[in-house]
Design a protein around this ligand. Structure first.
Ligand code: ZN
Length: 550
């Protein structure tokens, strides 16, 4: 058994908690056994106490606890990685370039000359040609990049498809094909040849060709997504996708291929089944645990469906949509908590946040009695008078820093200058509330370091807005790192086993190219992950990581 013991050493282990009674001048080593941290202290001391342990020098300039994304849609993220994303492409050139990169990347995993792969459709899209100087694109623009595989890319509004020549041929659409009722096959010039653009119902024959392709391979897609996430230092996710994602993660786990820890949320539609089958938040094994049930209180700011206490500044007479009233929400929370299932409710607007806090207040004694932690997802706009209630009710605020730095202009337009706390990270922390950070990928990028950057600067990665959006709500880099590890672990009720570098915790670590506390906060998104360790084993190493093999 001693051969499984390892001493992991590094001169800069951020946030390491030394063993009780240890008064070491430096904490530069961990003793890891079977995936658990057994001791934290000084290398020479551990060397003496565990002479048979193998010693491994961790790479990079700083070691932090593994990142835990407290709010991600991993299945959707995995599917998005397997499709082309043309969102925000400002020219045809840029769209073609992104398609080219996608093909290169996807064909390193599945060679394009493999006959099976050659039949696979390239899908995705979200292109918006309205601002492209070259006007509407054609099949020839796609053929110039990919002629050997069928391509069909949806427009951003979902009402058009942009298809290459091979795709049209496979779908049986040619010069002889007539328009169907409710659809248009756009033609080339004055002729009959299809241009490659299909509108409305004319898209259906093409979509039928790849409809089944996307559903069959979620475990494989997740396996690829897992590699991406591990390369970002993400060792744990709290997932809010549908049940298919849970099944796919379980399939990977059964095959022994799951390297990422998963706290899997329960969709609202599955609550009754979860109660009937006796699922309980926190139950599971080292890699998969049952998460909270996800409920919705309101919609989103972008579509004016966030539920606000006052009208939107840019839509007088409209203060959003209450998806569920407080009574009905309370009943759901009671049902879940009574069965041992925690609740995570989506709330953007200040009225939504108040309603959810009211529901949680009514069930508070039950929640405490069952040892559960209810949470609010996003908690984006909160009335000043409601803010202290997060701490007093023990409600976890699950926040996504990059939402703020993507949406600050929109938030400014919608909210105007009325009194409300927006993305109130600092205020929540100072009030004593428990906070967990996440990404909400694929809506935002999954990189935890992007989140740390946004949290510490209140700016996007282009440095906008100058000085940061409502900069008094910034948190420090050290706090942000904790909110991406210990915070989500606490929210999940797993803080005794994960989220910190301390004895008794799983050995989940990230080696970074620089000490994030020392570098300019504007540069944090530029930091690189050099290696990621889960359960004491390397699960990712950058090509140039110079780790000591022994
Ligand atoms: Zn989400």
């Amino acid at each position: 058994m001693p051969t499984t013991q390892k001493i992991l050493t590094h001169p800069n282990i951020i946030g390491a908690v030394p063993d009780t009674g240890v008064e070491a001048a430096v904490i530069d080593a961990l003793l890891v056994d079977g995936g658990d941290i057994l001791a934290v202290g000084e290398r020479d001391d551990l060397r003496e106490r565990y002479p048979q342990a193998i010693e491994v020098r961790l790479p990079g300039e700083a070691i932090v606890a593994g990142f835990h994304d407290a709010h991600i849609h991993t299945g959707s993220y995995a599917r998005a990685l397997a499709t082309v994303n043309l969102r925000g492409a400002e020219t045809l050139d840029e769209a073609q370039q992104r398609l080219r990169e996608f093909v290169v990347e996807s064909e390193t995993r599945h060679p394009g000359d493999d006959p099976e792969n050659a039949k696979r459709w390239i899908t995705g899209g979200y292109w918006d040609a309205n601002s492209w100087p070259t006007g509407l694109p054609s099949r020839h623009d796609l053929d110039a990049v990919v002629a050997h595989r069928p391509v069909a890319l949806s427009s951003i509004d979902g009402h058009s498809l942009w298809v290459n020549s091979l795709g049209l041929k496979i779908a049986g659409i040619g010069a002889e094909t007539n328009d169907v009722q409710g659809g248009v096959i756009v033609r080339e010039g004055e002729g009959r040849e299809p241009s490659g653009l299909l509108r409305e119902l004319a898209c259906d024959p093409v979509m039928a060709c790849f409809a089944e392709q996307s559903n069959e391979s979620l475990p494989e897609l997740l396996a690829a997504a897992q590699e991406r996430l591990l390369a970002m230092g993400i060792t744990h996710v709290t997932d809010f996708d549908e049940d298919a994602t849970r099944l796919a993660f379980e399939a990977l786990h059964e095959r022994g291929e799951l390297k990422l820890r998963v706290h899997k949320g329960i969709p609202a539609v599955d609550l009754d089944r979860a109660v009937a089958e006796g699922w309980r938040t926190g139950e599971g094994d080292r890699f998969i645990t049952t998460g909270p049930v996800k409920l919705f209180s309101d919609g989103a700011l972008g579509s004016h469906s966030a539920h606000m206490l006052a009208d939107f500044a840019d839509a007088p007479g409209n203060h959003g949509v209450e998806v569920i009233d407080t009574e009905a929400l309370t009943a759901q929370v009671e049902k879940a908590n009574a069965a041992g299932i925690a609740v995570a409710t989506h709330a953007i607007g200040d009225a939504a946040n108040r309603s959810v806090l009211n529901a949680y207040e009514r069930t508070a004694s039950l929640t405490v009695q069952r040892g559960l932690r209810n949470r609010i997802e996003h908690a984006q706009h909160v009335a000043q008078s409601d803010l202290p209630r997060f701490a007093s009710l023990g409600v976890v605020a699950s926040l996504q820093p990059t939402h703020c730095t993507t949406d600050f202009a929109l938030a400014g337009r919608r909210i105007g200058d009325r009194e409300v706390l927006n993305y109130a990270w600092r205020s929540l922390l100072d009030s004593g509330a428990r906070v967990a950070f996440g990404s909400d990928a694929p809506i935002e990028p999954a990189e935890a370091l992007f989140g740390v950057h946004a949290a510490a600067t209140r700016q996007n990665r282009l440095g906008q807005p100058a000085g940061g959006f409502e900069p008094h709500e910034r948190v420090t880099v050290a706090e942000a790192l904790t909110l991406f590890s210990e915070g989500p672990a606490y929210a999940a009720g797993l803080e005794n086993v994960v989220g910190r570098i301390a004895a008794g915790q799983y050995a989940d670590l990230v080696a970074l190219s620089d000490d994030p506390r020392e570098c300019d906060p504007a540069q944090i998104a530029e930091l690189r992950v050099i290696a990621t360790v889960v359960d004491g084993e390397y699960v990712y190493e950058a090509d140039d990581s110079e780790r000591n093999p022994r």
